[in-house]
Design a protein around this ligand. Sequence first.
Ligand code: SF4
Length: 78
Amino acid sequence: MTIRIVIDRERCVGSGNCLYWAPGTFDLGDDGVSVVVDPEGDDEERIRVAAEGCPTRAITVENRTGPAEGPDEAENEG
Ligand code: SF4
């Protein structure tokens, strides 16, 4: 399943907990605030643990529910 990771940059205090749990997914930016480097960089379980371990609950993990795959709508020319 594809997940969507959202970091509330106002809340992040740069503790680095998320990097510890899911180093392939999170990194600290130059401003000391966490960023997502690869939403599929770690097992989903680790990413969820990282989100739960954030001291300020700055990380939200959502299941991605996109529209069902369907045929591309081709431009109708003429
Ligand atoms: S665990 Fe939370 S507060 Fe710490 S760096 Fe990650 S997002 Fe920021």
